[in-house]
Ligand binder design. Structure first.
Ligand code: FES
Length: 98
């Protein structure tokens, strides 16, 4: 069972139906421990709508009809939200604010 599902609602995924998928997943997991959120662009726009599960697996070409089964079968592709360089930049930015 996933813990966190993020549905990309960026400007490419949204017109491809990501909001409908978000509503569907939120409803499907409403009485569970699974948190369903919207998120901004995951950088894989051409393959949208994209869904990120537990920060580690991305699901391309998501469809309402099949996405829940794909998630529960752990069929996603390995994904890292930020590459190492971005992580370092982000940390440096935060430290700079202290
Ligand atoms: S808009 Fe969804 S991955 Fe870019």
């Amino acid at each position: 069972m996933p813990k966190k599902i993020e549905v990309c609602c960026g400007s490419t995924c949204l017109p491809r139906g990501s909001e409908e998928i978000f509503d569907y997943l939120q409803n499907e997991y409403k009485d569970t421990e699974v948190a369903v959120h919207m998120c901004s662009c995951l950088g894989r726009c051409k393959k949208g709508p994209n869904i990120l599960v537990d920060e580690t697996k991305v699901y391309h070409y998501s469809k309402k009809r099949t996405i829940k089964e794909r998630i529960e079968n752990n069929e996603g592709i390995d994904y890292t939200r930020y590459d190492e360089e971005d992580k370092l930049d982000l940390r440096n930015d935060f430290l700079g604010d202290l």
